[in-house]
Design a protein around this ligand. Sequence first.
Ligand code: ATP
Length: 201
Amino acid sequence: MKRYLLIGGIGSGKSTVSNLFLEQGAYCIDMDTIGHRQLFDPNVKRELVETFGPEILDDARHIDRARLAGLAFASNEATAALNAITHPRIMSMLKQRLDRGENAGSELCIIESSAYAGPGTALDGLAEEIDGIIAVVASEELRVARAVKRGMDEADVRARMARQATDEERRSWADYVIENNGSLADLEQQVTNLANDFMGA
Ligand code: ATP
């Protein structure tokens, strides 16, 4: 099974591309879902409470992601502590999902990640698990318009964009680039071409 990491900024079209690959028969994994799910792991939860305090829990005793983010992204040390607790668990969940894809006989796996910020900050061991990176890029104005149309606040979209990597950086990390400045039909054609390449059609 070939494995490709799918990266792209907010509103770039990652989820749309991932769904198009799914339609082409790929096995798709969403790193954001894995990232959220591992916060329910009792060991992860216990270690996070030990490190950041019980105030990261909500009334139902689940991790409140906004409160955790407020504390964990307050300093480089705090972020490093968060990563040390969560990254190994995220990698092990990713490997389980990859095994499932292999066992299902999939030829191609697409791993969607909105948080990928370059090889220097990637999860330990991720590079060894993948065959390459696909970046979805689109002009900033189109990305804002698409995200706003989907219901997001424009100022919030622009603020998030400013904190994310740039398309220029994504292009430099990518082995394949999908240009999403055109129609959905145009996007579908690019995905079909790549899927055919990867699956040897
Ligand atoms: P986010 O990181 O915010 O979750 P994303 O990168 O996953 O975004 P999508 O959700 O795939 O992006 O796309 C954002 C919106 O733009 C969606 O409503 C999608 O239908 C629309 N969209 C994506 N590509 C195109 C296109 N080529 N033409 C028209 N609409 C598009």
